[in-house]
Design a protein around this ligand. Structure first.
Ligand SMILES: Nc1ncnc2c1ncn2[C@@H]1O[C@H](COP(=O)(O)OP(=O)(O)OP(=O)(O)O)[C@@H](O)[C@H]1O
Length: 264
């Protein structure tokens, strides 16, 4: 008799997000050239690369904050640079962005910051007047609980530690009920232990279930190989604006890291 196989986590075959032949240049200098890769629901993809590799430029394109000069970013088949109106608003809800510097409103409470994640789901007047309904407030509290900060709901964001602020930012992202979380260097401002905790949280979120429709894909840029190894299912190596490695984390060994950072 064979021993039972260990459970395998099912990752869908169809990508949730696909970047296809992305290119972007600044004043004749190519920051991104021919960048293609995909992220599936339930997957954490880490983008690593030396300074100036094009990571921030790539994340701005993935988040729809800057249009690529060529190529496309498709979320569930829809090109985020070429949608408008209702489709654009739906994509803005589907893709949540987490920034290195958290981008919270310091004078507002943690709860009010998380409620900002509901802005794409409520009529504009509710957003302007910050009059969120009971269901939105409950969801925001649930999201704060999910990141371990329910007890801080009424505390001003600027009185929280860096790690706590990034957790609030992740709770705000979750309140969007996104399908994809795009995080540009989400732990670069945090100490190593706090950074590992935040990445564990992002990995748990990708493992889902989250939202109404199951697992979420996470793509994040990181500076430390060991953090990427601990948190990611797959590692993309970016150098000189090009993808030079796209490997399951188990295959991203010391030699791959040395090649990426130009040490061999
Ligand atoms: N707005 C801009 N104007 C001109 N050049 C830019 C602009 N943004 C990025 N670049 C250039 O594009 C290249 C890639 O920059 P980018 O910030 O994307 O790299 P990065 O991998 O995020 O670097 P780091 O890890 O140091 O943050 C660099 O040569 C940079 O100088």
């Amino acid at each position: 008799m064979h021993a039972p196989l260990p459970p395998v986590r099912a990752i869908p075959v169809e990508p949730l997000m696909r970047a296809e032949r992305l290119a972007k240049a600044f004043g004749g200098h190519a920051a991104l050239a021919d960048v293609s890769f995909s992220v599936r629901a339930g997957e954490v993809v880490a983008v690593l690369g030396p300074s100036g590799a094009g990571k921030t430029t790539l994340f701005r394109c993935l988040a729809g904050l800057a249009p690529p000069d060529a190529g496309s970013v498709r979320v569930w088949g829809q090109d985020i640079a070429r949608t408008a109106g209702r489709d654009r608003r739906r994509l803005a809800r589907d893709v949540a962005v987490v920034f290195q510097q958290f981008n919270l409103v310091g004078r507002l409470t943690a709860l009010d910051n998380v409620l900002a994640g509901r802005l794409g789901h409520v009529p504009a007047w509710r957003g302007w007047s910050r009059r969120f309904g009971r269901a939105d407030r409950l969801l925001a509290l649930e999201c704060l609980d999910r990141v371990g900060l329910l007890a801080k709901a009424e505390q001003r964001a600027d009185t929280l530690s860096g790690g706590q602020q990034q957790r609030v930012a992740i709770a705000r992202a979750l309140a969007q009920r996104p399908r994809l979380i795009v995080a540009d260097e989400p732990v670069a401002s945090l100490d190593p232990a706090t950074a590992a905790g935040v990445l564990d949280l992002l990995r748990d979120i990708a493992r889902g279930p989250q939202g109404d429709d199951g697992a979420v894909g996470v793509v994040c840029s990181l500076h430390q190989v060991d953090l990427a190894r601990a948190a990611a299912d797959r590692i993309i190596g970016l150098a000189g604006g090009r993808v030079v490695a796209d490997l399951p984390t188990s295959l991203f060994d010391a030699a791959a890291a040395a090649r990426l950072y130009g040490n061999s």
